[in-house]
Every structure is written in structure tokens, then in C-alpha cells.
Write a protein that binds this ligand. Structure first.
Ligand code: 5CA
Length: 437
């Protein structure tokens, strides 16, 4: 892609409510545009990054056997009345009437809808376990939408739902999802800490939030530093290993605000190991047994023929929130660097040229074509600006690798730089191997 053709409305004008880095940066880099409070349009650069995150989330869900479907954003109020949550959900739910006067709503989450799909299709324990997920827009009429994409009213979420015949099998589904979340966040270049959490309006008695440490986070967390010693690589996707993983995590004190008790913290964690800090909740998983299946009449025949309420869990990842969370975790000294897995482009070529001397631009065009042939997603900065302006812009956009074609490059060696570190002069073959590795 040529930078001159990219719709990238970079701006210096920031609204006064853009208080945290990710919000400021996403507006400055032309990734999003606010359309009303807590509702954003995703512009090409922002959308490209979010789509990459979405794809990683999808691949990791598929990896544990979850199947993708797509449910609508607008739901009928009827099933919410059946589950008893229609009144309980309160003002966060956006309620709408259609032209026939029927009560509808914009889905804040999908436990009811998925249970309805399930109860009409699955009748026997033989079809269990099942895991279904979708990646869809949600709407919650948050009282105070803020921090850009972090706390929006409309946001993009992956929500998965598991269906099992008994508690034991359901816990296994929960454990698989737990493992999958750690893997997903790792691929996104993040270290997420699982924390025992409150279940809020979703309900149930077992729940974990996955938190990225960040000063600007809204969640207060209390943990034993030992949690950082538990490494994902020591576990695998088999039942015994997953049980051990949950046991290891559960044996270390790590809770969010709602679960915090000072006496317990002091008793279980030595003073030097106590860590009290803030974080961003990027995922949240729940096990709630038959909380929805019972009122919604979602029963299957068990082995002995007895009708049994299906045991369910639900599992969310804030896909749009993750774009902001990655920025909060990676932004450093006015420079952004996207993890390679979600970067909007693999590399940017930055030639130094002027109206009268376009030699470096021509050279860059050749490199550009060559890299494209190798399926490397490359951006060429063909805009006639000073090099310092260009560098500022690319520090903002955060593509992790730069090829700088300027006075220091020779006919076959170019300046290659990983953003935020020293550059080296190497030939195209070596550049390609670094980008493909
Ligand atoms: N049904 C369950 C799990 S599927 C559920 O809705 N869980 S949740 O309420 O915790 O939301 C899941 C994830 O969505 C959160 O961990 C968070 O990352 C993201 N999220 C929740 N509310 C917002 C919001 N207002 N703005 C942006 N992301 C949000």
C-alpha cells in the first residue's frame, strides 16, 4: 500500500476527554472517529489491527474445538423475560420497540439467545459437550463511557458458550477456555494474569478475569508476585495438565477489587510478595451451571434417560478493547510499536526524496514490488514530507520494522530498523529473511 493512498486522517486536535494514551493515540493516528458518546467508527488503520486481533482470537477458539456461528445484534425481549434478566439488567440495556410495538433490545451479551438455539436443537447427552462462539458487536448503555475503546457503549466482543452434561465435564470446558485465553493473549504479545473475580450480572460461582497490567486500567488488583512464575509452556491441552494448571493458578493469591479481603491478603501473601496495582480486563470467563438452562427449559436426556438441565459457561474477550489495551501495554516514550502478530503492516519503506530528486523513491518502489511478491504486507511512504515529519508519523503508527532509503544506503544495502532500537545496513535478501522469520 502506498501511504499517499491510505485513508489516514492523522490529527493533532484532541478532545479534552481523551485522557489516556491509547485514546489519544488512536485519535491522533486516525484509527477511530467518535460518532457519539462511547460509539466509534473504525477507520482503515484501526480496523485492520482489530481484524488481526479478531483472527487470532478465532484461531485459538477453533483450536480447542469451539465452533463459530453468528447471532444477531438485535434480540427479542421475550427470551430475556423467560430467563428473568429483562428487569434485572437495568439501564445498561438498550431497549427498542419495532413498528409492531414488539419489545426488542440491542444485545449486551448472548446467554439467552444461545440457550434458545441450543434447546431447540440438542436433545441428548450424546451430542455433548459443545462449545459455540461468535464475534459480534454488543451494546451496553454505560453510565460513563470513557477512555476511548476501553469503555464504550458499542464494542466488539468474542463470546463463547459451553454446554455439558455434568459439573465435571463443564469444569473441563472451563479449563480449556482458560488455557486458550492465556495462549491467545500471548500471541497478541501480552501477558494476561488470570484473577479470581466476581460474576456480576452474568452470575454463577466460578469466574476469572484476565488482566493486563497498566496504570490506566480500571480494575484494581491484588496479587502475589509468585503468579508471574507460572508459565504457560508447562501445560498442554489434556485434561490432567489443564487441571494442574488451574490448581497452580488457584494456589496463588490473585483477586480483583470485588473479591479482595485485607486480612486474607496479609495472611496468605508475604509483605515483599504483595502487589497492589491496576490493570485492564481483556477477558472474563464464567461457570454458572444451570442458571440459564433451568429457566429457559434447556434439558437433554442423560445416560439413564432422565431429563437434565445442561451445565453452561460463558467466556468473553473484549476484541475492540484489546486494541487500546495493547497500546497501553506497549507505548513507550512517544513511540508506538505493534506486536508483529497484529501490526497493520509488516514493514514500512521510508525514502528520503524531494520534488527535484526522486532517485530514492524509485529505488524504494523496486523494493516495494519485490517485498509484495513475497507476500510481505508493506507500506511505502511516498508522501513528499521532511524525514523528521515522516519519522514522527511512523513513531505514531507503530509499524515494527522500517527500511530507510536515504543518503546512507548504497546500491544494495539499506538501513533496516526495528522501531525503538538501533539500525543496521543490510541487503534485501537479509531484510526479507528477517521479515519472513
Ligand atoms: N457473557 C459474558 C462472557 S461472554 C460477558 O459478557 N462478559 S463480560 O461482561 O465480562 O464482557 C466480556 C469482555 O468484554 C470484558 O472482559 C471486556 O474485555 C469487554 N467489555 C465489557 N464491557 C465493555 C465495554 N463497555 N467496552 C469495551 N469492552 C467491554
Amino acid at each position: 500500500m502506498l501511504l499517499s493512498k491510505l485513508f489516514l486522517p492523522v490529527t493533532k486536535n484532541l478532545p479534552s476527554d481523551a485522557k489516556i494514551k491509547s485514546h489519544q493515540l488512536m485519535l491522533r493516528a486516525g484509527m477511530i472517529k467518535q460518532s457519539s458518546a462511547g460509539i466509534y467508527s473504525w477507520l482503515p488503520l484501526g480496523l485492520k489491527i482489530m481484524k488481526k486481533i479478531e483472527q487470532i482470537v478465532r484461531e485459538e477458539q477453533n483450536e480447542i474445538g469451539a465452533q463459530e456461528l453468528l447471532m444477531p445484534t438485535v434480540q427479542s425481549a421475550d427470551i430475556w423475560k423467560e430467563s428473568g434478566r429483562y428487569n434485572d439488567y437495568g439501564e445498561e440495556m438498550l431497549r427498542i420497540k419495532d413498528r409492531q410495538g414488539r419489545e426488542m433490545l440491542y444485545g449486551p451479551t448472548n446467554e439467552e439467545l444461545i440457550t434458545d438455539i441450543f434447546r431447540t436443537s440438542i436433545k441428548s447427552y450424546k451430542s455433548l459437550p459443545q462449545m459455540l462462539y461468535h464475534i459480534q458487536w454488543k451494546f451496553r448503555d454505560e453510565i460513563r463511557p470513557r477512555f476511548g475503546v476501553m469503555r464504550c457503549r458499542e464494542f466488539f466482543m468474542k463470546d463463547a458458550y459451553s454446554f455439558d452434561i455434568d459439573d465435571e465435564s463443564a469444569k473441563n470446558s472451563y479449563n480449556k477456555m482458560f488455557f486458550s485465553y492465556l495462549k491467545t493473549f500471548k500471541r497478541l504479545g501480552l501477558e494476561a494474569i488470570p484473577m479470581a473475580a466476581d460474576t456480576g450480572p452474568i452470575g454463577g460461582d466460578l469466574s476469572h478475569e484476565f488482566i493486563i497490567l497498566a496504570e490506566t486500567g480500571e480494575s484494581k488488583i491484588y496479587t502475589d508476585k509468585k503468579i508471574f512464575e507460572i508459565k504457560l509452556k508447562n501445560y498442554s491441552l489434556n485434561d490432567t495438565s489443564l487441571e494442574k494448571m488451574i490448581k497452580d493458578f488457584s494456589s496463588v493469591y490473585a483477586v480483583t477489587d470485588d473479591k479482595f479481603k485485607k486480612d486474607e491478603f496479609d495472611q496468605k501473601v508475604s509483605k515483599e510478595n504483595q502487589m497492589v496495582t491496576k490493570g485492564i480486563e481483556v477477558g472474563h470467563i464464567f461457570y454458572f451451571g444451570d442458571k440459564y438452562s433451568k429457566p429457559l427449559n434447556c434439558f437433554v436426556d442423560s445416560k439413564g434417560g432422565k431429563k437434565t438441565a445442561v451445565k453452561m459457561g460463558s467466556y468473553g474477550i473484549g476484541v475492540s478493547r484489546l486494541v487500546g489495551a495493547i497500546i497501553e501495554a506497549k507505548y513507550n516514550n512517544e513511540i508506538m510499536k505493534w506486536p508483529r502478530s497484529v501490526s497493520p503492516f509488516d514493514v514500512v519503506i521510508i525514502p528520503s526524496f524531494s520534488k527535484n530528486n526522486k532517485e530514492n523513491l524509485t529505488k524504494s518502489m523496486k523494493i516495494y514490488e519485490d517485498l509484495k511478491k513475497q507476500n510481505i504486507d508493506v507500506l511505502l511512504d511516498d508522501v513528499d514530507e521532511s524525514m523528521s515529519q515522516k519519522f514522527k508519523k511512523h513513531d505514531l503508527i507503530g509499524i515494527p520494522y522500517q527500511i530507510i532509503v536515504g543518503s546512507k544506503s548504497t546500491s544494495d544495502k539499506f538501513e533496516f530498523k526495528e522501531i525503538n532500537s538501533e539500525s543496521s545496513f543490510i541487503d534485501l535478501k537479509e531484510i526479507k529473511s528477517k521479515l519472513i522469520s
